[in-house]
Design a protein around this ligand. Structure first.
Ligand SMILES: *Cc1c(COP(=O)(O)O)cnc(C)c1O
Length: 459
C-alpha cells in the first residue's frame, strides 16, 4: 500500500493563544459582513489543511478531529485529488449536465453503482448537497410508489431545506422560526440503546422490538399503504452518533419491502469509508432501495448523489430531476480521484484502525471519570456521551467545556446530539496514528479537567 505523504508537518503546535490575532481580526471583519445565522464551531481561520492538521492564519497547527463534518476523509488537499481538480478546471468548469453532458458524471454514476450495497441494476442522479440528495430521494420514492407520506425517526438529521427541515427532528437550531414545514412527514421512535426503556419484565428492548414499535405506530397512525419512503441514517449523525440496536435496521428493511415502501438509507455522513466499510449499510447487512451520498465523496468539493434501484429512479419522467450545478465536472473529477485514492490507501481499513486505536482509550477514560455515559460508534465515526455524574442525565455543559478545553490545546472537536451532550470524533481517515493519539490524549485531559471541575462544583 502506498505511504501517505504530507506537505504540512503532522504535529500539533501552538504559536499563539487561540484564537490568534489574525483569526480575531477576521472574526471582527466577519461580524460586519457575514450573517449572524451562520455559526462556526471554532473561532480559528484556516490557511492550509493537510492530513490531520489544520494550519491557521496565525501559524498554529491544530489537530483536526472533525474533517469539516466528515467531509475531508481523504484529507483536505490530497495531491491526486488536487491534480484531478486542476486538470478538469483547466478544460472546463461547467457546461451543465442537462445541456452538454460529459463523461465524469457518467463515470461517478458507474462507480457509485459499484460501491453501494447490493448487486441489482442501479442508477444515480447527482446533486450539490446532502439535503438536496435527500429531497430528491423523496421525490423519486413518491413518483415510483404514487404515495405521499415520508416516515422519519426521532433524532434524525436530514438537512436544512424546507422538506429536510421537516424531516429533521431537532428544533433548535435547525427549525426554530423557519416554518411552516413540508407536509406528509411522519416521525416515529428510533432505537437509542443508551436511552431506551425496558420491557415490563425488566429485559432490554431489542432492535427487533424497537423496529416493531416504530412499525406499529406507522400502521396505526399512517397506514403502510400510504407510505412512499422510510428514510433513516444507519448511524444517526447530528442526533448523537446513535448506533441502533442489532436487528433494528434489518427488521425495518424487511417490513418496507413487504409493504412496497422505498427504504432510503441516508448515508450522507456514514458513507464513503467513514464507518470502516464503503457504507454503514454494509455492516448492518442491509440493502437499501436508495442511498443518499454526499460529505466525504468528493474530497471537499460539493457533490451529492442518490444511487439506487434502477426501476425506482427510472420511474421519474425525463427532466423531472436535475439542477444547474448538479454533478459539476470539477466535483465529479474530485470524486473519481477521491474514490480511487480511498481504495488505493484502503481508507476503509484505516477507519477500522482508527476505531481500534481510539475505542480502548475512550473506554479506559470512561472507567476513570463519571461524566462519560457511553462510548459508541463504528470505524472513524466515534462518540462519547456526557452525563451528569452517576446518572444518565444529559450533560451538554460538559461537552461544550471539553470541546473548549481541547481547542485551547490545539484540537478541533465537534459536539452533537439531540441533548447537545455528545463529543464526536470524525478524524480524516489519513490522520497519522501518532497524531490521532496526541489528539485523544488532549481529549482525555480535557475530559479529566472537566470532570474534576464538575465533581468539585457538586460538593
Ligand atoms: C450533513 C447531513 C445532511 C445534509 O447534508 P448537506 O450537504 O449539509 O446538505 C443530510 N443527512 C445527513 C445524515 C447528514 O449528516
Amino acid at each position: 500500500m502506498p505511504e501517505i505523504e504530507y506537505r504540512i508537518p503532522q504535529q500539533r503546535r501552538l504559536v499563539t493563544e487561540l484564537p490568534g490575532p489574525r483569526s480575531a481580526a477576521l472574526t471582527e471583519r466577519r461580524r460586519n459582513a457575514v450573517g449572524a445565522g451562520v455559526a462556526s464551531s471554532v473561532p480559528v481561520y484556516a490557511a492550509d489543511v493537510d492530513g490531520g492538521i489544520v494550519l491557521d492564519v496565525d501559524g498554529n497547527s491544530l489537530i483536526d478531529l472533525g474533517s469539516g463534518i466528515a467531509v475531508t476523509s481523504v484529507g483536505g488537499s490530497d495531491a491526486a485529488v488536487v491534480k484531478a481538480i486542476q486538470e478538469q478546471a483547466a478544460h472546463f468548469t461547467h457546461t451543465c449536465f442537462m445541456v452538454t453532458p460529459y463523461e465524469g458524471y457518467v463515470a461517478v454514476a458507474e462507480k457509485l453503482a459499484e460501491l453501494t450495497p447490493g448487486d441489482h441494476a442501479k442508477r444515480t442522479v447527482l446533486f450539490n448537497s446532502g439535503a438536496e440528495a435527500v429531497e430528491n430521494a423523496v421525490k423519486i420514492a413518491r413518483v415510483a410508489t404514487g404515495r405521499r407520506t415520508v416516515v422519519v425517526f426521532d433524532h434524525a438529521y436530514h438537512g436544512r431545506t424546507n422538506l429536510t427541515m421537516a424531516m429533521t427532528a431537532k428544533n433548535k437550531p435547525y427549525k426554530e422560526g423557519f416554518g411552516p414545514f413540508a407536509a406528509d412527514v411522519h416521525r416515529v421512535p428510533a432505537s437509542y440503546p443508551f436511552r431506551e426503556g425496558l420491557n415490563h419484565d425488566g429485559t432490554e428492548i431489542t432492535g427487533v422490538q424497537a423496529a416493531q414499535r416504530a412499525i406499529e405506530q406507522i400502521d396505526k397512525q399512517v397506514g403502510a399503504h400510504n407510505v412512499a419512503a422510510i428514510v433513516i441514517e444507519p448511524i444517526q449523525g447530528e442526533g448523537g452518533f446513535i448506533v441502533p440496536a442489532e436487528g433494528f435496521l434489518p427488521t425495518l428493511v424487511d417490513w418496507a419491502k413487504s409493504n412496497g415502501i422505498v427504504f432510503v438509507a441516508d448515508e450522507v455522513q456514514t458513507g464513503i469509508a467513514r464507518t470502516g466499510s464503503w457504507f454503514a449499510s454494509d455492516a448492518e447487512g442491509i440493502v437499501p432501495d436508495l442511498v443518499t451520498i454526499a460529505k466525504g465523496v468528493a474530497g471537499g468539493m460539493p457533490l451529492a448523489a442518490v444511487t439506487g434501484r434502477a426501476e425506482l429512479i427510472d420511474a421519474v419522467h425525463g427532466g423531472g430531476l436535475g439542477g444547474t450545478y448538479g454533478g459539476n465536472p470539477v466535483a465529479c473529477a474530485a470524486a473519481l480521484a477521491t474514490l480511487d485514492r480511498m481504495a488505493e490507501l484502503d481508507l476503509c481499513g484505516r477507519a477500522r484502525r482508527i476505531e481500534e486505536i481510539a475505542v480502548p482509550r475512550l473506554q479506559a477514560l470512561a472507567e476513570e471519570v463519571d461524566v462519560i455515559g457511553e462510548v459508541r460508534g463504528r470505524g472513524a465515526m466515534l462518540a462519547i456521551e456526557l452525563v451528569q455524574p452517576g446518572s444518565r442525565e444529559p450533560n451538554p455543559q460538559a461537552a461544550a467545556e471539553i470541546a473548549a478545553r481541547a481547542l485551547a490545546e490545539g484540537v478541533i472537536l465537534l459536539t452533537c446530539g439531540t441533548y447537545g451532550n455528545v463529543i464526536r470524533l470524525l478524524p480524516p481517515l489519513v490522520i497519522p496514528d501518532e497524531l490521532l493519539v496526541d489528539g485523544l490524549d488532549v481529549l482525555a485531559d480535557a475530559v479529566r479537567a472537566t470532570a474534576g471541575v464538575l465533581v468539585g462544583a457538586a460538593q
